[in-house]
Write a protein that binds this ligand. Structure first.
Ligand code: NQM
Length: 352
């Protein structure tokens, strides 16, 4: 198996890059599958020199697609985070950026027939059990990647891909506030643990002596900060129902400060060991949701928008998310717009 090429589509999806496969081409045994995927991506190696991975968690991602097992969905999507420098593959999180490529990939790989103008695909996200609706531009019945939509963190513009989610609260943790409290004190630091699509720990940057303007590189080089964040993460992970998180890519650790550029809040995220160049889709939705909860870390730092549009500032701009609330203020739905681009289509090879 490992000597044979596997059909593979390599997409830039949102602010991430990933390899898209069809499930029937991969071994059904997860251990065999993971061995092949580690080899294809080149892990473990900080440079992923013997594989196609981009030596950064944001470019070391895999999506596995299949016709859906559910009547209310069209496609099953399993997201796998391939650790760069450890032989670990984790399905303990979803990924809203790689999700943006699922619609185009499902059409390109022959799993879905495109409609005449745009095609809406119901995607069953296997990592969480939740459903997303993705609308892809398909003029003349084929995917187009060309368009005028810009997202911060990606040069140029591309065709919009609309993503909508109905009920993603407690996606991995079972509850929006997995510890049962809006704030906890862990290792002397006040935190809010929240999961609206992604398990995230919200922290006030000021508690770490930061003002929120530090660059990704400054954060990466701050080993004292990383040590403190990891200690908090390891303690709160089990409290969030995630078990021992030493080898898990969740919860994400997000430092918050007051917005600087007209957005709702400013963020600096660790995912969980490397600083994010921007912020994940579901992470941004979880942060936006936290900003709506009185008492949560971030509520007092946020500039609260009157409507549904939340600009979540991050180190390379802002992520625009839509948050819908009922009259009591409870978050009922979320969405965003991303773009994607086909970079390569062909066969990927594991080592013999
Ligand atoms: O939160 C990175 C990304 C992500 C995840 C990460 C994501 C999300 O930016 O939905 O997209 O948090 O590991 O692709």
């Amino acid at each position: 198996m490992s000597g044979m090429g596997l059909n593979c589509l390599w997409l830039r999806a949102g602010t991430s890059k990933g390899a898209y496969f069809v499930a029937r081409d991969l071994p059904t045994d997860p251990a065999m599958r993971d061995k092949i995927l580690l080899q294809i991506m080149g892990s473990p190696d900080p440079h992923q020199i013997d594989g196609i991975g981009g030596a950064d968690p944001l470019c070391s991602k895999v999506a596995i697609l299949a016709p859906s097992s559910r009547p209310d969905a069209d496609i099953d999507y399993l997201f796998l985070q391939i650790f760069v420098d450890q032989p670990i593959i984790s399905d303990a999180q979803g990924c809203g950026n790689i999700l943006a490529g699922v619609g185009p990939a499902a059409i390109e790989m022959g799993l879905i027939h495109a409609q005449a103008r745009e095609t809406t695909i119901r995607i069953h996200m296997l990592n969480t059990g939740d459903i997303a609706r993705a609308t892809v531009q398909t003029p003349d019945g084929a995917v187009t990647y060309r368009g005028d939509t810009c997202i911060d963190g990606v040069p140029g513009s591309a065709a919009p891909i609309r993503l909508l989610f109905d009920d993603i609260a407690g996606s991995m943790c079972g509850a929006l506030l997995p510890t049962g409290r809006v704030r906890d004190v862990i290792q002397g630091v006040t935190v809010t643990a929240i999961d609206n699509g992604m398990p995230v720990v919200l922290l006030d940057a000021a508690e770490f002596g930061l003002d929120g303007a530090e660059t990704r590189m400054m954060l990466e080089e701050n080993s004292g900060l990383k040590t403190r964040l990891e200690a908090i993460r390891l303690e709160i992970g089990p409290m969030m129902g995630l078990g021992d998180v030493s080898n898990a890519s969740v919860p994400k650790m997000t430092l918050l400060s007051a917005p600087r550029h007209g957005g709702v809040i400013s963020t600096q995220s660790f995912i969980p060991h490397r600083a994010h160049a921007s912020i994940g889709v579901f992470a941004a939705i979880s942060v936006a949701t936290g900003c709506c909860l009185e008492g949560a870390v971030g509520y007092d730092l946020a500039q609260h928008p009157a409507g549904t549009h939340f600009a979540i500032e991050h180190p390379s701009g802002a992520a625009e998310v839509v948050i819908e609330r009922d009259p009591s203020g409870q978050v009922t739905g979320a969405g965003t717009v991303r773009t994607a681009r086909k970079l390569f289509q062909g066969q990927a090879f594991a080592r013999d």
